[in-house]
Design a protein around this ligand. Sequence first.
Ligand SMILES: NC(=O)c1ccc[n+]([C@@H]2O[C@H](COP(=O)([O-])OP(=O)(O)OC[C@H]3O[C@@H](n4cnc5c(N)ncnc54)[C@H](O)[C@@H]3O)[C@@H](O)[C@H]2O)c1
Length: 343
Amino acid sequence: MPVRLPLLFLSAEDVRRALPMSAAIAAMRLAFRQLADGHVSLPPRQHIESPGNNGRALVMTCHSTAHQLFSLKFITLFGDNRSKGLPLIQSIVMLADGATGEPLVVMDGAVLTSIRTGAASGLATDLLARPDAAEVAVFGAGVQARTQLEAICTVRPIRRGYVYDPDLAAAERMASEMSTLLNRPIECVASPAQALEHADVVCTATTSPVPVFDDAGLKHGTHINAIGSYRPQVSEIPPATVCRSRIVVDHRDSALEEAGDLLGPLRQGLLAGSQFWAELGDVLLGRSPGRENPGDITIFKSVGVAIQDLCAAACALENARHLQLGVRLPNGVGALPPVSRGD
Ligand SMILES: NC(=O)c1ccc[n+]([C@@H]2O[C@H](COP(=O)([O-])OP(=O)(O)OC[C@H]3O[C@@H](n4cnc5c(N)ncnc54)[C@H](O)[C@@H]3O)[C@@H](O)[C@H]2O)c1
């Protein structure tokens, strides 16, 4: 009998140390390649409302043949948490062996989510932004905004960044923290138009239910990562921008369920059908064109897919084992004694 190791637990700090942005971007390459090649079993995610609490849970599950792993993510999003000093997003991720079903690791899913979401935008930017992109604008100064900015700076020689958030104090905090972390000027700006003025790459990572900038302010040739909206009635990107852009989605079926940025213009008959949207994995594998001209506007619309969690968590687990991070939980799930009651 093989010896079973007790279940490993990785805290938020462990995940952060085990998943540097460059490794996370490499993990997203694997994730979107597997998705495009059909090596993934990906049930639609479940949305469970918490009535009266402005909150919901999402349950995201996946199996990867290439990794021989299952993943499960339980993630909650509570819109009023900020006023209670709590983050919008809290989450736990689990991996289990795809050959035996043995649970292998439980880890903080909030940090994992922010890193993998940034990393997917990093990959999309690498594939879709102009090679000479040098300035980036980020809308939102929350948790996701930070990893968006870090990821863009990982794949392009960014000289300067701009942060816009109606919560000016939050934007100032983020600009100061990220200037130090990324060792380049990150400025807080007072209006969406100022953020866009020089931006070659734009990330929208907000909780806004309505578009966060004016289409007229975008430069030709901009690449946009739109990651905030994941509900059909919510949209961060102006319809006029969506309609004149080359659209790349993380996963077409999920986008058709959840991507408000695209579904609004689609339902109004302003946008040609979803058959014209490319999937990121197909662009990665050269099956769909990405940017065709330097002046094109490209949009990567991400709602988040479970294979991202699986590949990011697998990478974090491997690195955590090398670095000897985490704690082993006594009496891991697999170590329970056999039931003897005949039930
Ligand atoms: N696509 C994905 O895979 C994915 C993954 C995680 C989170 N998300 C989504 O990303 C969004 C942000 O999540 P978070 O964890 O960073 O939340 P957060 O609460 O930490 O930050 C959200 C920020 O958006 C700002 N904001 C609101 N309206 C704005 C506007 N009009 N312009 C600029 N900023 C504005 C808020 O002031 C806040 O600072 C959420 O909607 C979340 O659901 C998407």
